[in-house]
Write a protein that binds this ligand. Structure first.
Ligand SMILES: [Zn+2]
Length: 90
């Protein structure tokens, strides 16, 4: 059976909405900075906590893949959460 390709919202900090694609608890989307390669991440926890952010290697924007219902559940949407000053994924 093919894995379902679900279109999900990518909610940006400026309030605009972009589109990404998800299957299961993984999501892929294009960063607003214009980076050619998509970002890829798995769903995190509902409270937006610790360690599961996805950071764009080019512009350092960080995103969180929001789960639908439970921690680490199927992808609901992707939310831009900010720009890391510290480069925490490096
Ligand atoms: Zn970027």
């Amino acid at each position: 059976m093919p894995q379902k390709q679900k279109i999900v919202q990518v909610k940006l900090k400026d309030g605009s909405i972009s589109k990404g694609i998800a299957t299961g608890n993984n999501a892929a989307w294009l960063c607003v900075c214009g980076r050619m390669e998509p970002l890829l991440g798995k769903s995190g926890v509902l409270d937006g906590g610790s360690g599961l952010h996805v950071q764009c290697p080019d512009c350092k924007r960080t995103y969180l893949v929001m789960p639908d219902g439970n921690d680490l559940a199927l992808v609901l949407k992707v939310v831009e959460v900010g720009t890391s000053q510290k480069g925490e994924n490096e």
